[in-house]
Design a protein around this ligand. Sequence first.
Ligand SMILES: [Zn+2]
Length: 136
Amino acid sequence: MTYNGPLPSVTEETEGFFEAARNGVFALHRCAHCRTWYWPASACRECPNEPFLANMRWEQASGRGTLYSVVIPRRTFHPAFPAPFVYALVKLDEGPLMPCGVDVPPEQAKVGLPVEAYMVKLSEDYTVPRFRALST
Ligand SMILES: [Zn+2]
Protein backbone atom coordinates (compact mmCIF):
# COMPACT_ATOMS: atom_id res chain seq x y z
CA MET A 1 0.00 0.00 0.00
CA THR A 2 1.32 3.42 -0.95
CA TYR A 3 1.48 6.00 1.81
CA ASN A 4 0.02 9.35 0.74
CA GLY A 5 0.04 11.13 4.09
CA PRO A 6 2.21 13.94 5.36
CA LEU A 7 5.93 13.32 5.74
CA PRO A 8 8.15 14.39 8.61
CA SER A 9 10.13 17.58 8.22
CA VAL A 10 13.77 16.58 8.34
CA THR A 11 16.06 19.28 9.63
CA GLU A 12 19.76 19.53 10.35
CA GLU A 13 18.91 18.58 13.95
CA THR A 14 16.87 15.47 13.01
CA GLU A 15 18.58 14.10 9.90
CA GLY A 16 20.73 11.72 11.99
CA PHE A 17 17.58 10.25 13.52
CA PHE A 18 15.95 9.67 10.12
CA GLU A 19 19.15 8.30 8.60
CA ALA A 20 19.31 5.72 11.40
CA ALA A 21 15.60 4.93 10.93
CA ARG A 22 16.17 4.27 7.20
CA ASN A 23 18.70 1.64 8.33
CA GLY A 24 16.19 0.13 10.75
CA VAL A 25 17.84 1.63 13.83
CA PHE A 26 15.95 3.44 16.60
CA ALA A 27 18.39 6.16 17.65
CA LEU A 28 18.38 8.90 20.25
CA HIS A 29 20.72 11.83 20.78
CA ARG A 30 23.31 10.92 23.43
CA CYS A 31 26.08 12.81 25.14
CA ALA A 32 29.44 11.14 24.57
CA HIS A 33 30.74 12.75 27.75
CA CYS A 34 28.16 11.89 30.45
CA ARG A 35 26.11 9.35 28.40
CA THR A 36 22.75 11.07 29.01
CA TRP A 37 20.08 10.33 26.36
CA TYR A 38 17.99 13.06 24.74
CA TRP A 39 14.87 13.35 22.60
CA PRO A 40 14.42 15.62 20.77
CA ALA A 41 17.99 16.38 19.73
CA SER A 42 19.56 18.71 22.20
CA ALA A 43 22.81 19.99 23.57
CA CYS A 44 23.60 18.24 26.85
CA ARG A 45 22.09 20.01 29.83
CA GLU A 46 24.40 18.08 32.19
CA CYS A 47 27.57 19.29 30.48
CA PRO A 48 27.19 23.05 30.03
CA ASN A 49 30.94 23.50 29.56
CA GLU A 50 31.17 21.11 26.59
CA PRO A 51 31.28 22.75 23.12
CA PHE A 52 27.71 23.16 21.82
CA LEU A 53 26.57 19.84 20.24
CA ALA A 54 30.19 18.68 19.73
CA ASN A 55 29.76 15.86 22.25
CA MET A 56 26.34 14.75 20.97
CA ARG A 57 25.92 11.55 18.91
CA TRP A 58 23.02 9.56 17.46
CA GLU A 59 23.22 6.17 19.16
CA GLN A 60 21.04 3.09 18.96
CA ALA A 61 18.59 2.95 21.86
CA SER A 62 16.43 0.08 23.08
CA GLY A 63 13.26 1.34 21.43
CA ARG A 64 11.38 0.21 24.52
CA GLY A 65 9.27 2.20 26.91
CA THR A 66 5.83 2.56 28.45
CA LEU A 67 2.83 4.69 27.59
CA TYR A 68 3.04 7.87 29.65
CA SER A 69 0.06 9.78 28.25
CA VAL A 70 -2.49 8.74 25.64
CA VAL A 71 -4.68 10.62 23.16
CA ILE A 72 -7.36 8.82 21.12
CA PRO A 73 -8.85 11.12 18.46
CA ARG A 74 -12.45 10.10 17.72
CA ARG A 75 -12.83 12.27 14.62
CA THR A 76 -10.72 11.95 11.46
CA PHE A 77 -8.83 15.18 10.78
CA HIS A 78 -6.68 13.83 7.92
CA PRO A 79 -7.47 10.92 5.54
CA ALA A 80 -4.06 9.38 6.26
CA PHE A 81 -5.05 8.99 9.92
CA PRO A 82 -8.53 7.48 10.15
CA ALA A 83 -10.02 7.75 13.65
CA PRO A 84 -9.95 6.30 16.13
CA PHE A 85 -6.20 5.87 16.51
CA VAL A 86 -3.73 6.01 19.36
CA TYR A 87 -1.17 8.78 19.75
CA ALA A 88 0.89 8.77 22.90
CA LEU A 89 3.81 10.13 24.81
CA VAL A 90 6.10 7.14 25.27
CA LYS A 91 8.37 7.22 28.32
CA LEU A 92 11.46 5.60 26.81
CA ASP A 93 13.52 3.23 28.97
CA GLU A 94 16.45 5.63 28.41
CA GLY A 95 14.44 8.46 29.99
CA PRO A 96 13.18 10.87 27.30
CA LEU A 97 9.51 11.23 26.33
CA MET A 98 8.70 10.69 22.64
CA PRO A 99 5.34 11.56 21.04
CA CYS A 100 4.45 8.85 18.52
CA GLY A 101 1.73 6.77 16.94
CA VAL A 102 1.02 3.51 18.76
CA ASP A 103 -0.47 0.49 17.03
CA VAL A 104 -2.67 -0.98 19.73
CA PRO A 105 -6.47 -1.03 19.88
CA PRO A 106 -7.74 2.10 21.70
CA GLU A 107 -9.17 -0.01 24.54
CA GLN A 108 -5.66 -1.42 25.23
CA ALA A 109 -3.92 1.97 25.21
CA LYS A 110 -3.50 2.41 28.95
CA VAL A 111 -0.86 4.42 30.77
CA GLY A 112 1.97 2.09 31.75
CA LEU A 113 1.52 -0.34 28.83
CA PRO A 114 4.97 -1.65 27.80
CA VAL A 115 5.71 -0.85 24.14
CA GLU A 116 8.50 -1.28 21.61
CA ALA A 117 9.42 0.71 18.52
CA TYR A 118 9.39 -0.72 15.02
CA MET A 119 10.13 0.99 11.74
CA VAL A 120 7.58 1.87 9.06
CA LYS A 121 8.84 2.75 5.59
CA LEU A 122 6.68 5.60 4.24
CA SER A 123 8.67 6.07 1.01
CA GLU A 124 12.17 5.55 -0.38
CA ASP A 125 13.38 8.53 1.64
CA TYR A 126 11.28 8.34 4.79
CA THR A 127 11.15 5.67 7.45
CA VAL A 128 9.62 6.49 10.83
CA PRO A 129 9.22 4.63 14.09
CA ARG A 130 5.88 3.63 15.50
CA PHE A 131 5.23 1.72 18.69
CA ARG A 132 3.36 -1.51 19.38
CA ALA A 133 2.69 -3.56 22.50
CA LEU A 134 5.89 -5.17 23.71
CA SER A 135 5.86 -8.83 22.79
CA THR A 136 6.88 -10.87 25.82
ZN1 LIG B 1 26.62 15.33 28.95
